[in-house]
Design a protein around this ligand. Structure first.
Ligand SMILES: Cc1cc2nc3c(=O)[nH]c(=O)nc-3n(C[C@H](O)[C@H](O)[C@H](O)COP(=O)(O)OP(=O)(O)OC[C@H]3O[C@@H](n4cnc5c(N)ncnc54)[C@H](O)[C@@H]3O)c2cc1C
Length: 474
């Protein structure tokens, strides 16, 4: 798939609306709200960015189109990869928790209410990840909402960010729409955590749309038996990943399992391939498989509204078929039903925003460090094919979060890193969260010092991050 360069407004026009007829919208006076920092998108990275900015003392607004914070961490994958380095796969490598700070504080809060497996060590398949951190996705939404409010963030849910107000290469404000009306949010610094890079695109930043992953809508499957699934896979020697942690309040329970369908009897494997279903799931509750993923490769980028509509329907059909397959083939699932779906399909990458530095695959696997690192990270989603040298970590530099060409805009999350293989590392949840803490902290410091993102002294940023609990390996 070739990457397409694009400019925001051209891509926001769906081909089916290009009829040659236009309606000229009359100009409107919008009420203005003023902040130090505006974070766009209350997802995996955005939640952490907004908490970090507010804790620095910045008057912070967070704009989220859905009715809850959390984003793809509550909708997409199976577990949070990864707070740790891959120590189990490298004899002699020292075990260390490399992502701490606000991301770990979220985990601590979840653990207190029985909504997390803990950092459960993998007992099989640990050359993929050394731990499995699974969450109760609904409790994650509540816990992060409460943490945002406690930090003093002005949380605007059910609010769509629809534009940027520019003053040359500086963002003066953003436009947001909700049932309370259309408003302008002015601020000194901005962070784009929309996953699709909406704010960067509106601000005129350059980006690509590689469309090199399938889109997904995973399901939660209830009324199932972990024990029977385990016995069935074990009987066919089909288990390739396994982790034991806290499930329904009891330690030592299986919380992650992956089976290879190639070894299973009957047509389960062939039929599941037809619907792009993967046989890996996690849970923090008995009788529930939290994520069964259904993949679908769209012919064009998921920024096309009309193509997304077709994909949404196709994924709903695949979800229904997935339940049928589990009921028919997997013991203990005879009366399974779909307990959750995502409100919309999930992407692994939509737009990739051009930043001052683009992390390369060599940077990742060689475990490179930079003189402006804002965090360390040690997981690669293509392991064991690609792993970080010696089970170590690499650094995410501050320059990789600065949106190129815009004075006061940072980006955090799946929208950075153009190289597909490097992105297989940087896009993972815990990396997005760590980036969020760095970007939110930097945005608040820039606002306090009245400076652009490139004028911020690294020394000041690093000191604030260390104070915020961020771990640096060197
Ligand atoms: C199917 C799938 C499986 C995955 N599996 C795993 C896994 O097992 N482990 C792992 O660690 N990672 C996994 N990932 C990757 C990881 O989940 C994502 O890369 C990460 O969560 C992205 O975080 P983010 O902050 O960039 O975006 P998101 O968490 O998606 O947050 C973006 C937020 O912005 C909001 N938003 C977007 N546009 C606007 C707008 N214009 N106005 C207002 N709000 C807006 C969205 O509603 C959303 O809440 C998976 C991803 C997918 C899709």
């Amino acid at each position: 798939m070739g990457a397409q360069a694009g400019c925001a407004n051209a891509n926001f026009v769906s081909t089916s609306t290009q009829t040659g007829n236009y309606y000229e919208e009359p100009a409107k006076k919008l009420p203005v709200r003023k902040f130090d920092v505006v974070v766009a998108g209350a997802g995996t990275g955005g939640v952490v960015a907004a908490i970090a900015a507010a804790r620095q003392g910045a008057k912070t607004a967070l704009i989220e189109v859905k009715g809850y914070p959390g984003g793809t961490v509550t909708e997409g994958g199976t577990a949070l990869h990864s707070f740790y380095n891959l120590w189990k796969a490298f004899p002699g490598a020292k075990k260390r928790q490399v992502v701490r700070g606000i991301p770990q504080q979220i985990i601590d809060r979840l653990l207190k209410i029985g909504a997390c497996s803990g950092h459960a060590e993998m007992s099989k398949g640990y050359n993929y990840d050394s731990v499995c951190t699974a969450i109760d996705t609904e409790m994650y939404k509540l816990v992060t909402f409460e943490m945002l409010v406690e930090a003093g963030v002005f949380v605007c849910v059910n609010t769509l960010l629809t534009g940027a107000i520019m003053d040359g290469s500086r963002i003066r404000g953003v436009i947001a729409e909700s049932r309370s009306g259309r408003e302008a949010f002015y601020a000194k610094s901005f962070v784009d955590c929309t996953a699709y890079g909406d704010l960067s695109a509106y601000a005129g930043a350059d980006y690509t749309e590689p469309n090199d992953y399938p889109v997904v809508n995973s399901i939660g499957l209830a009324n199932v038996s972990w024990e029977k699934l385990y016995d069935f896979l074990e009987k066919h020697d089909a288990i390739i990943q396994q982790a034991e942690g806290i499930r329904s309040g009891k330690s030592g329970q299986i919380v992650r399992i992956q089976g290879t369908t190639a070894k299973l009897p009957g047509d389960f494997g062939a039929e599941s391939r037809k619907i792009g279903m993967s046989m890996v799931t996690t849970s923090v509750h008995d009788n529930y498989f939290m994520f069964i993923k259904l993949n679908f490769k769209m012919p064009v980028s998921p920024t096309s509204r009309d193509e997304v509509a077709k994909a949404e329907l196709e994924l709903r059909r695949r979800q229904f078929r997935a339940v049928e397959l589990f009921r028919e083939y997997i013991p203990g699932c005879e009366k399974a039903f779909m307990a959750r779906t995502s409100p919309k399909l999930c992407i692994r990458r939509g737009r990739l925003i051009i930043c001052d530095y683009d992390i390369s695959h060599e940077d990742v696997i060689e475990g490179r460090r930079f003189d402006d690192d804002v965090m360390a990270y040690g997981f690669h989603d293509s392991a064991p094919r690609y792993q970080i040298k010696d089970g170590g970590t690499y650094g995410i530099p501050y320059k990789a979060l600065r949106v190129a060409g815009i004075e006061n805009l940072l980006a955090a999350g799946m929208l950075i890193t153009s190289d597909h293989r490097a992105h297989m590392s940087t896009r993972n949840t815990v990396c997005c969260m760590g980036q969020g803490q760095a970007a939110g902290t930097a945005a608040a410091l820039c606002a306090a010092k009245n400076c652009g993102s490139r004028e911020l002294r690294y020394h000041d940023l690093r000191a604030a991050l260390v104070k915020g609990g961020v771990y640096f390996e060197s």
